[in-house]
Ligand binder design. Structure first.
Ligand SMILES: [Fe+2]
Length: 297
């Protein structure tokens, strides 16, 4: 089975690469790694490839990459995918810091790129903007979250961390409570993309920066139920919801099957479960603004 160890980078299509870059560099705080005519690559301040931007017709998330074991054999993975009815191909596009990838589409059409070989693109970058530690998770609206959870668990080896009733599922591929999540909605699209921050002071710094840039916080600060992350949300220059978060629950030992105990938990121990929709969105903090809710579609 494919067992990703972490999410790598997200590839967005955007009608205006320069406008998108202004957000990701000056507000979000990523570092430009390289720029071609219709394409740009950005790293986190640690030098991890985090985003690719491609000139295109619409603002849309096209691809996400996941790192797999250096021992995995792409031919074996391709065979396993084929057994599940998934067609894949090895691609060797020149992406900075990444070797060849095994590419295939998930059921909603997002291309998944598995990679093994990678390099840091520099390190200790000085960045403008918020300056997150890493890309943390990507949430999608999908018509059938059960079908998506089944695909990601059965084919990709993810595990279910939590459900909110039967309409919102959170999946993990490493100790992080979730790396992808799926909420039910009419049409498949990205719901939000989330970046890990260092601590609450770092989140506050981001709040000040967003205020100076006149970018409204459309939800938060809030502590969620599932994952227990403290989060703020805003929209980027392509109208996509971006989350900045801290303190996401960690499943440090799969055998034990509970999240590392934290004082803000209400279950002892905190195991994967089904949450009530009234409790789940906010253990404390405000309810989301209508501008955030637009992402539900
Ligand atoms: Fe999130």
């Amino acid at each position: 089975m494919i067992k990703p160890s972490r999410v790598g980078h997200a590839t967005f299509e955007t009608p205006d690469v320069d406008k998108a870059l202004a957000y990701w560099i000056e507000v979000n705080g990523l570092k430009l790694a390289s720029r071609e005519k219709n394409r740009a690559y950005l790293t986190s301040k640690t030098g991890l490839l985090t985003l690719a931007l491609e000139q295109g017709r619409e603002e849309d998330l096209k691809r996400i990459s996941f790192e797999v074991s250096p021992k995995a054999d792409f031919a074996d993975l391709a065979k396993a995918l084929a057994a599940d009815g998934v067609k894949s191909e090895v691609r060797s596009d020149p992406v900075p810091g990444i070797g060849k990838v095994l590419a295939f589409a998930d059921p909603k059409g997002t291309v998944i790129e598995l990679f093994q070989e990678w390099n840091y693109l520099g390190s200790h970058h000085q960045v403008l903007g918020a300056g997150p530690l890493k890309l943390g998770h990507i949430a999608y609206v999908v018509p059938d979250p059960h079908a998506m959870a089944d695909f990601y668990c059965r084919v990709l080896g993810f595990k279910v961390s939590d459900w909110i009733e039967d309409f919102f599922v959170f999946l993990r591929c490493n100790p992080d409570h979730h790396t992808v999540n799926f909420i039910r909605g009419a049409k498949a699209k990205m719901h939000h993309i989330a970046f890990e921050m260092k601590d609450f002071a770092h989140i506050q710094q981001a709040c000040e920066l967003l205020a100076v840039r006149k970018i409204p916080i459309n939800w938060g600060p809030v502590r969620h139920g599932p994952g227990h992350n403290v989060a703020i949300y805003h929209r980027n220059f392509d109208d996509q919801n971006v989350e900045l978060y801290i303190e996401l629950d960690q499943m440090k030992d799969e055998e034990l099957g509970y999240f590392d105990p934290r004082p803000w938990h209400h279950d002892f121990p905190q195991r994967p479960k089904v949450w009530d929709r009234k409790v789940a969105p906010a253990l404390w903090g405000p309810t989301p603004m209508p501008d955030f809710q637009r992402s539900h579609g």
